[in-house]
Design a binder for this molecule. Structure first.
Ligand SMILES: *[C@@H]1O[C@H](CO)[C@@H](O)[C@H](O)[C@H]1NC(C)=O
Ligand SMILES: *[C@@H]1O[C@H](CO)[C@@H](O)[C@H](O)[C@H]1NC(C)=O
Ligand SMILES: *[C@@H]1O[C@H](CO)[C@@H](O)[C@H](O)[C@H]1NC(C)=O
Ligand SMILES: *[C@@H]1O[C@H](CO)[C@@H](O)[C@H](O)[C@H]1NC(C)=O
Ligand SMILES: *[C@@H]1O[C@H](CO)[C@@H](O)[C@H](O)[C@H]1NC(C)=O
Ligand SMILES: *[C@@H]1O[C@H](CO)[C@@H](O)[C@H](O)[C@H]1NC(C)=O
Ligand SMILES: *[C@@H]1O[C@H](CO)[C@@H](O)[C@H](O)[C@H]1NC(C)=O
Ligand SMILES: *[C@@H]1O[C@H](CO)[C@@H](O)[C@H](O)[C@H]1NC(C)=O
Length: 525
């Protein structure tokens, strides 16, 4: 190698360029030096890319096209003429290393050469494509994530190509689950930012997603293209995961304690309890079971749970959720009977029948599912998004739950929605009944206050707050689960408060009743 060549390769002396006739072998060597992590300065990297462009435009080679491939860079050169009718490049034919598994295609329209051909009569036009399978050459201020870490560049001759009417079409295929991302086709705009050499801009590019695994970009110019992956605003970043897990742990524990207390109180004086108290306690038992299973399953989710245990856990969680929902509906039904003044209609073994419904129907449903298709329960993988370390940004979290989207929407969302709807109707009806009741009397202010408290209590009792959680339920998204847990934990606690207030209230009433009776007895004596 002569001195100029050595200087060129080691120091990037651009002045040497013109003095050399580069061969494909030299170019390959240059691309390999580009890959070496010697220089970390973005400006040097950008300089290298421009040098590579120049070299590709001037490399001499036989035939019509040239392909050069290193570990992370692929360069293609095409000799075009003014009779160019369009070109379609597919990575399928070029696939080599294991890092190039995913596919991409680029389609260039015939219009590409029109401008250049009208300007001068050229003997030869060159189209060069430079593909980077790493994003280290293009880093913007915010370290944006790119789909597959692909940057596909193209250039025609020495002049820029802009404002094409028939766009360049670029497709990138991927295997990632990107439901939490918005994908945008962008190009590299140099000098667009303060700290780095440029930034990503979506100008002149249109993004399409013809299938879940394909992104199609239509761009009206030639530069370096990529597909930017941005977190959808609704997405929960992993940073929030730990605090939410903590909240859910605390909430569930509070709920469990409250439920336990109510159940103990009930057992303590079950002699004087009526059907209302029995229904309350059943609801508390189901809330308790739901919280315990939920805590168990979220703790176990950290470690991989073996198949059968996971199925059992998922089925149990589903069962407790269904029975909890059913018992809430029972409360609504009971309230309807009470306020509807039909409670004097005696129902034989009332509580027993309710128990059969509340614990039996969910068991039937879950057992049916287990026998027909037990695979609906199992470890479901939930993709969590993290933005910082790797640019792929994914992390699998598995949880034992209902995995089938159909079963989930019917037997979790549908069932919950139905129960919530029923209770909403009962609540509306109860409010109406209360109003009618009070309309006859001249209610004092304290009465209005009491009524408000009653309505609030009824709302919690009938679990309509849960409807909120159900409305935002997607196909089992982790954030929704946490939302659900938070409202659920409050639910257990409020249920407890309601229970206490009712108890105190009835005790106070009983006391005044006793006093009234004893005083009337006194007067008769
Ligand atoms: C391209 O290479 C030729 C020799 O093959 C050289 O004469 C010419 O100056 C080079 N042009 C550029 C722009 O580097
Ligand atoms: C490149 O040229 C070879 C023949 O030299 C041809 O078989 C091949 O299809 C060309 N590749 C493209 C992408 O045009
Ligand atoms: C285009 O023109 C070149 C010469 O400029 C010729 O070699 C080539 O065969 C032509 N291609 C087509 C498809 O006509
Ligand atoms: C995507 O997955 C399919 C099979 O599931 C596989 O054939 C293909 O190579 C994968 N592609 C990538 C980019 O991993
Ligand atoms: C790009 O896609 C558009 C719309 O799908 C199509 O009209 C156009 O012809 C395509 N361009 C090329 C070069 O194939
Ligand atoms: C981007 O990454 C670099 C190191 O690769 C780091 O120094 C910088 O702080 C990161 N910037 C942002 C906004 O994360
Ligand atoms: C992703 O991160 C892990 C550790 O966090 C590391 O071992 C691995 O090499 C990284 N993968 C890539 C492609 O950067
Ligand atoms: C998630 O897990 C599945 C199988 O357990 C695996 O095929 C997939 O590659 C994983 N995805 C990621 C992003 O780790």
């Amino acid at each position: 190698m002569d001195l100029c060549r050595v200087l060129f390769f080691s120091l990037g002396f651009l002045t040497c360029l013109g003095k050399m006739a580069m061969t494909p072998k030299d170019l390959l060597f240059f691309m390999e030096t580009m890959e070496q992590p010697r220089s970390r300065k973005p400006s040097v990297r950008t300089g290298h890319i421009h040098q590579l462009e120049q070299l590709l435009l001037n490399v001499s080679f036989p035939g019509h096209n040239l392909t050069l491939q290193t570990r992370t860079i692929q360069s293609l050169v095409f000799k075009l003429a003014c009779n160019f009718t369009g070109l379609s490049l597919s990575s399928a034919a070029l696939e080599q290393g294991p890092q190039l598994q995913a596919l991409h295609t680029m389609q260039f329209p015939a219009e590409l050469t029109w401008d250049a051909c009208s300007r001068t009569r050229l003997a030869e036009l060159r189209l060069i494509c430079i593909y980077f399978f790493t994003n280290k050459f293009f880093q913007d201020d915010s370290n944006s994530s790119l789909l597959n870490n692909y940057i596909l560049g193209a250039q025609l001759g020495h002049r820029p190509v802009n404002n094409l009417r028939d766009p360049v079409n670029i497709s990138i295929w991927h295997n990632q689950s990107l439901e939490f991302y918005t994908l945008t086709c962008v190009f590299w705009k140099e000098g667009d930012s303060q700290h780095s050499q440029g930034g990503w801009s979506p100008e002149g590019c249109r993004t399409e997603q013809p299938s879940p695994s394909q992104v199609l970009c239509h761009c009206n110019h030639l530069t370096y293209f990529a597909v930017l992956m941005q977190l959808s605003p609704a997405q929960l970043p992993t940073e929030l995961q730990a605090p939410l897990e903590y909240i859910s742990l605390v909430g569930c524990s509070v709920s469990i304690l409250a439920s336990l207390l109510v159940i103990l109180l009930y057992i303590h004086d079950r002699k004087q309890s009526d059907s209302i108290a029995s229904i309350h306690v059943n609801l508390h038992v189901s809330v308790l079971l739901l919280n315990v299973t939920f805590l168990l399953s979220s703790t176990l989710a950290v470690a991989p749970v073996p198949g059968v245990a996971c199925t059992a856990l998922a089925a149990t969680l589903h069962y407790t959720l269904l029975s909890c929902l059913t018992w809430m509906a029972m409360e609504g039904f009971n309230l309807y009977l009470l306020l509807g003044r039909v409670y004097n209609i005696y129902i034989h073994h009332y509580v027993l029948k309710l128990c059969a419904l509340g614990w039996g129907v969910p068991a039937l449903l879950v057992l049916l599912l287990l026998t027909v298709k037990s695979s609906v329960y199992g470890p479901c993988t939930i993709p969590l998004v993290h933005n910082q370390e790797n640019h792929t940004g994914f992390q699998n979290v598995s949880m034992c739950w209902v995995c089938s989207p159909v079963v989930h929407s019917v037997l979790v969302m549908g069932y919950g929605g139905l129960m919530s709807l029923f209770n909403l109707v009962v609540l509306a009806w109860a409010l109406w009944a209360l109003r009618r009741l009070r309309a006859g009397q001249k209610a004092p202010r304290t009465q209005a206050c009491r009524d408000t408290v009653t309505v609030l209590g009824l709302t919690v009792l009938l679990g309509t707050t849960w409807a909120l959680a159900f409305f935002s339920f997607g196909i089992f998204l982790l954030p929704q689960l946490f939302l659900f847990t938070i409202s659920n934990s409050f639910y257990g606690f409020f249920l407890f408060l309601w229970f206490c207030s009712q108890r105190c209230h009835s005790q106070a009433e009983a006391k005044t009743e006793m006093e009234r009776i004893s005083s009337s007895q006194m007067t008769t004596h």
